[in-house]
Design a protein around this ligand. Structure first.
Ligand code: DAT
Ligand code: MG
Length: 149
């Protein structure tokens, strides 16, 4: 089953949106297989956002993402990578549709509340940054047979 890395950013935690956001993914039917709270340092931020190092917005991005605790989550489910990206909405909340996390809870690109992996390959890379294999739990849920035929 596919997995993705999701991170509620410092603004999401400070604005008390963590529970609400996690609830969306739970209600959708995705399974939480990893979950923790941590604060990123610069080294982890550079690893996470390696593709953006050197860009104009990078310093502001590092300052923001290291500014407070984040909630790190691994979700599992069918097509979970693309579906969570869709549920989060466009990178710039100004372009994010109502009903998406960013569309409902954010205004500016530099405070866009949530991260999610953009491909299955990115997901594998990002999950490995934040979780050891022992921290990820494979388990069955009674509702699985009501979610998948
Ligand atoms: P996403 O988070 O949707 O995957 P991304 O990987 O292109 O988007 O960028 C990572 C984060 O960097 C994004 O969530 C917010 C910030 N960012 C991206 N483009 C930006 C820009 N033009 N100005 C300011 N911040 C930006
Ligand atoms: Mg990205």
């Amino acid at each position: 089953m596919e997995r993705t890395y999701v991170m509620i950013k410092p603004d999401g935690v400070q604005r008390n949106l963590a529970g609400e956001i996690i609830t969306r993914f739970e209600k959708k039917g995705f399974k939480i297989v990893g979950l923790k709270l941590l604060q990123l340092n610069r080294a982890i931020a550079e690893k996470h956002y390696a593709e953006h190092v050197g860009k104009g917005f990078f310093e502001g991005l590092v300052e923001y993402i290291t500014s407070g605790p984040v909630v790190a989550i691994v979700l599992e489910g069918k097509d979970v990578v693309a579906t969570v990206r869709a549920m989060n909405g466009a990178t710039n909340p100004a372009n994010a549709a109502p009903g998406t996390v960013r569309g409902d809870y954010a205004i500016e690109v530099g405070r866009n509340v949530i991260h999610a992996s953009d491909s299955v390959e990115s997901a594998a890379r990002e999950i490995a940054i934040y979780f050891s294999p022992e921290e990820l739990v494979s388990y069955n849920k009674a509702a699985d047979s009501w979610l998948y035929e």
